[in-house]
Structure formats: C-alpha cells, structure tokens
Design a protein around this ligand. Structure first.
Ligand code: MIC
Ligand code: SF4
Length: 643
C-alpha cells in the first residue's frame, strides 16, 4: 500500500530528498514529443551532440501541424522523421492520431516515468504511470539520459465513491474538480485517485480525467493499475506490460478531496477558462452555432461509439454545424468497421482528421460571435481561431445533444443511455509508427527552409540597466496569450525569428515593435499578476520573448512549466516580495538591478529592483533551486548542459 505517486517517484529517484517542497531528480523511462514543440526539442537535442537517445522508449508524434497550407508543416514532418530515425526514436506519422491518445493506446505502461513536451502528457496517468508535461528542452535532456528535476509535490488523494449515472461522464468528474479547485488549485500537487469509484471507470475515462487535470495546474494526475488496466492492455495486445499498482488508502495522502460519482451532474466550463464551471442546466436554451467533438480529452473509442449510438437515425440542427475528429487511427478504423462512423456521417457531421485540429485553432474556426460547444480541455480567449467566439467545454454526450437540438439542453432527451462495452478484439496496426533503424549513423537529417537554427543564449550579466517594462499584464495570463497558436502562427514553431513577431499579438499588437526597440536600449522586462504562464507547455512562450530581448519577468506567481521554460531559456523569473508592489510599476518604466548574478550565485534574497522612472525600490525574490540558478546564470539550459 502507500501512495502510488510516491512509490513510482521514489523508485525512480536518483537525487534529492523526498520531502514536500524539496527538489528531487528522477530517472525518466519514456519521452514523448508532438510536432509543434518537437522540432525545438530535437534542435536542442542535436545541439547536445549525442548519437542516440538513452531512454527505454522515445516517441515523436505528429498531430498539431497537419493542415499543410504550404511547405512549412511538411518540412517539419520530414525533419522530425529523419531526426527520429537518426537518434533511435519511434515516429508516429501524421494521421495516426493525437499524441496522448496514441501514447495511451500503444505505449503507456503502469509504473513507468514519462516526460512529454505537451501539458496534457498526464493523460498517460490513466494507465498508472507518472507522466509529466514539460518544455522541449527538458525532454531533450531526458532523451540524453539526464534526470528530470522537480520539487517534491504534495500528494492529494481524490477519493471516488459511488458510480456515474446515465449521461454523466468522466468529463463531468474533472469539470467537477475544476469547479472546486479552479485553474490554480492543483499547483505543486499530484492528484491521485483512489476509492471504490475507481473500478467503475475504464482506462480511457480515467485518461479523460488525468488529461484535464492539467487545467488545475497540477504536476500530474494518476490512477492505480488494476484489472481494468489489465483488460485495456489486453485489448491493445500489450497484456505482458501490465503490472499491478494497488491504490492507496486515506492515510497515504497530504490532503483528501471526495467526489461521489453518483451525485455529479453534467457540467460546462464557460468562456474563457476551464475553471469557469457551472451545471449545464444553467444554460438550457442557449443557441449553439458550432459543435466540435474530439481532442486528447474526449476522442477515445468509448467516446466516439457513444456519439455514434446517440446520432443514429438523427440529423443535426440546421443552424448548427458539427465536426468530429477521432483521437487516433485505431479509433477511426474501429468506428468505421462497426458502423458508428456511418451514423455520425449520416447525421451530418463533418469528419476531420485524427489530429488536434480545431482544439488548437487549426481549421474549423467558428463564425463571428459564434457560440461554440466543444469536448476539449481549453477555451482560452482566441484559441478557436476567432476572438469573437465564446467556447463552452462539455462531455461528448452534451455536445451531441447541442448539435441535434441546436442548443444546450438535457442530453436525456436523446433517449435511453447507450451502454458501452469494449469489443472482444480490435484491429491493432502499428504500420503508421515507424521504427528507427538499429544504427542511425548514415541517416541524413533533412532541413527545409522552415527549420531555423537556434539563436545564441547569453550568460546572465552582473547588472541590468535601462530595462524597459515592455508589457504589464494581469492574473492568469496563459501561454496562449503570450505565444498564440492557430493556423497562421503554429507553422512557425521551428523558426524563432519569425514566430517572435506574434508574441502577445492578441493582447497588444504593438508588443513586437516595442520589445525590439527596448532590446536595442538594453532589454525588456515583463510584469504580471498571479499564475503567469498557465496552460500550454510551449517553450516558445519563453524562447520568443528571450529572442526579443526580454531579460526578466516579475510576477505575483508563475505556473510550473512556464517558470521552468523561462529558466531553461535564461530569462530570470522573479516574484514580488510584496504583491502590492505590482502597482508600483507601470508599462514603459525603466528598471535596473545591481549585482543580480552574484545574488543568484549566492542564493541571497530579496533582490532590489530599482524603478528609475518612478524613483522607487522594489523588493523581489525567486523560487529557484541551486541548479535552477546556475542554469539562469549560464544563460539557459543548453549552455548549462554543455558546460
Ligand atoms: C495545447 O493544448 O495548448 C498544446 C498545443 O497541445 C500545447 C503544446 C503546444 O503549444 O505546442 C500544450 O498543451 O502543451
Ligand atoms: Fe492537441 Fe488540443 Fe490535446 Fe493540445 S489539448 S494536445 S492541441 S488535442
């Protein structure tokens, strides 16, 4: 017995002390990248001059950039495919599915550790593994055999009792948790599920919950590995990879949150935050223009079989459009073979590729002022590809009801709930996952014009002078605000000079020019409120500002992955000693810091930031381990690991 998370972490711990808040270094068994963060991760891995990855398993999956409006996406794909072959990485080809769904089906293993360059990597926690979303550089280091460092998290036991009722789903369970803890409540924590309700949930349902656990800010989420896990692995013809990891008991946790599954009701996250959760009944009658079903949260076989059964013999409302993106080729093939896809097509749904698609603004953008209902995990401002749209996050069942009736309504209107049972057997075909050759020596890396080399990283100077506050923003700024995605910008992920032009574009289109001008004069600083950099793991939200001359950021607090990405990029993450000092700095102010490098080297705090414009001193501090500080002083992790 004991907490599962603690057990797996301790088994993999190579450095540190397992005490909440203290840093530990863990060995990583598996890595995963997707294409939008992967190109940068592999450019960084190349810079580390290794011949081969040192992990048990490394997988590169292409799922974000699949529109191929011009040469950029396919150039990235070619680059990724050649890098995978060279360094011994499996390569899941475009069209094979969304990284987390493919990973869950084909690679996730109970008891293993995984880092992935995507914030929803905890999806694999549904299989009983420690799966953590990180920046690309941390994946590169793990591929090279380096440890992953994190602060020992608090382990929260989420006790599930009872059983879900008809039309209430795993999505509603995680929305219920978000309703209670919101988008900051999980920070510094691992959410570990236990209790009698666990055995009522299949692996894909567990994965829906651990996937969207990322929205609480948690380090990861995890379920035990039991007979249900075994049966899922058996279906995937990987039964030999099953190990039992029994659930913990109440005494094993630092904190307990109880959810009685039988009392959960269908919920919805309203614009523009996954934490803005209310019962769907509050929105009954709200007209819906567009419905999208898919994403790494809700596109499993169970989800799409249910959608197929509910759409059977029905048509979508004339004023509502519906699109469906199956999570993987495996799911698509299965629903094609057993008829569910036919019902979906007959109902009038548009079938999208097995990829992220509309979840990341890659196509299927809604019309002006649209009300959009999605089964996804994020509804941040502008993420649909249309800033005037309002996006609501729901379960597939509620989404089907919205598509059929053209409004948010009680899904029970669709009739008796179609019970889902897994088929005896499914067709397993890994031909879209390319195995690397035994020796990659002769493989040539193919670089199209979209693959720009990494810029130089500069060591931290002792003093900063004449640093202009290039932007001041409020609480809960997401990495989508800092570095937007979507069909126009996402193809530039391999090209820092180009993508940098879009930093903060949706918040302040003048940011780029202002930052460039400040760079000429000494550099820029960013001032922000609480939970700065929540959401996506994209390290471009750190690398692009670095490229634009941003030297430090002062906030009330940072979200974990973004803070790590800043350190890895050589930008100093500072926090106000007195949060009220947020008001003592305005955009355009000039700041200076004396002796910063020495203070960081010695670990002294507070540090004085002089606001030269307002003639005022402000105390700031930092939350960085000794190694973090050394990385920042070196000018980022690449400089640090090559020292
Ligand atoms: C997302 O859901 O925001 C993404 C796109 O998958 C990101 C990664 C990225 O920006 O490439 C994430 O969740 O980390
Ligand atoms: Fe892809 Fe959306 Fe999942 Fe991110 S959240 S990995 S964009 S499906």
């Amino acid at each position: 017995m004991g907490s599962i998370a603690k057990k797996i972490l301790q088994e993999h711990m190579v450095e540190g002390v397992f005490e909440v808040g203290k840093e530990i270094g863990i060995k990583i068994d598996q890595t995963m990248t997707q294409d939008a963060t992967g190109t940068m991760a592999y450019l960084q891995f190349e810079a580390m001059k290794m011949d081969r990855v040192k992990t048990e398993l490394s997988v590169s999956i292409v799922d974000h950039n699949t529109i191929q409006a011009d040469f950029k996406n396919p150039d990235d794909h070619r680059y990724l495919q050649s890098v995978a072959a060279k360094f011994g990485i499996k390569f899941s080809r475009p069209g094979n599915g969304i990284c987390h769904q493919v990973f869950l089906e084909r690679f996730a293993r109970p008891g293993k550790t995984l880092v992935g360059s995507d914030s929803h990597t905890p999806t694999a926690g549904g299989m009983g593994q420690i799966a953590i979303g990180v920046g690309g550089l941390d994946v590169a280091v793990a591929m090279g055999g380096g440890l992953f460092y994190l602060k020992t998290p608090t382990i929260v036991g989420i006790k599930l009792t009872g059983q879900l009722t008809d039309y209430v789903t795993a999505k509603d369970v995680i929305l219920e948790l978000l309703r209670r803890v919101n988008v900051k409540g999980g920070r510094g924590k691992i959410l570990e599920y236990f209790g009698p309700g666990v055995k009522t949930l299949s692996v894909p349902e567990r994965a829906t919950i651990t996937n969207m656990g990322a929205e609480t800010g948690a380090t990861t989420s995890i379920f035990p590995s039991d007979e249900i896990t075994k049966s899922f692995l058996k279906l995937e013809k990987r039964e030999d990879q099953w190990v039992e990891i029994p659930e913990g008991t109440e005494g094993d946790y630092d904190e307990i949150i109880e959810i009685d599954l039988s009392t959960v009701e269908p919920l919805v996250a309203k614009p523009h935050s996954p934490g803005n959760v209310v019962p769907i009944s509050e929105l009954y009658g709200m007209k819906v223009d567009q419905v999208a079903i898919g994403s790494c949260t809700n596109s499993s076989l169970k989800d799409l079989e249910t959608v197929g059964a509910l759409l059977k013999g029905r048509k979508i409302a004339p004023h509502t459009v519906l699109a469906i993106a199956p999570g993987s080729r495996q799911v698509l093939e299965q629903i094609a073979n057993d008829g569910a896809l036919g019902h979906i097509v007959s109902a009038g749904a548009r079938i999208l590729e097995s990829a992220c698609g509309p979840c990341i603004g890659m196509g299927f953008a809604p019309k002006t002022d649209a009300t959009v209902v999605r089964t996804f995990n994020r509804n941040f401002y502008g993420r649909t590809g249309n800033k005037s749209a309002n996006a609501y996050l729901v379960s597939p069942e509620v989404a089907v009801a919205a598509a059929v009736y053209g409004e948010i309504t009680d899904p029970k209107k669709l009739g008796p709930y179609p019970a889902f049972t897994f088929p005896e057997e499914i067709h397993i075909d890994d031909s879209m996952i390319l195995e690397p050759p035994a020796d990659g020596k002769d493989v040539e890396i193919i670089r199209g014009p979209n693959i720009a080399p990494l810029p130089p990283f500069e060591p931290l100077p002792e003093d900063f002078n004449n640093i202009e506050v290039v932007i001041k923003v409020e609480d809960d700024i997401t990495t989508d605000h800092i570095m937007p995605a979507g069909a126009k910008i996402l193809p530039l992920r391999s090209n820092l000079p180009e993508i940098s032009k879009y930093v903060f574009e949706q918040v302040d289109p003048e940011f780029y020019n202002r930052a460039l001008a400040a760079k000429e004069q000494g550099g820029g600083a960013i001032i922000a409120g609480d939970n700065y950099g929540q959401g996506s793991s994209r390290e471009h939200a750190a690398l692009a500002p670095m490229y634009l001359g941003v030297k430090f950021k002062i906030t009330k607090s940072f979200a974990r992955i973004h803070r790590d990405n800043l350190i890895n990029s050589g930008i100093v993450p500072l926090t106000f000693v007195n949060p009220a000092d947020y008001d003592a700095i305005a955009q355009g102010d000039k700041l200076s810091i004396k002796g910063l490098a020495s203070a960081l080297k010695a670990g002294t705090t507070p540090i004085i930031v002089r606001n030269d414009t307002q003639n005022k001193d402000i105390q700031v501090t930092y939350d960085m381990s000794e190694r973090d500080r050394q990385i920042v002083i070196a000018g980022g992790k690449l400089n640090y690991v090559s020292m």
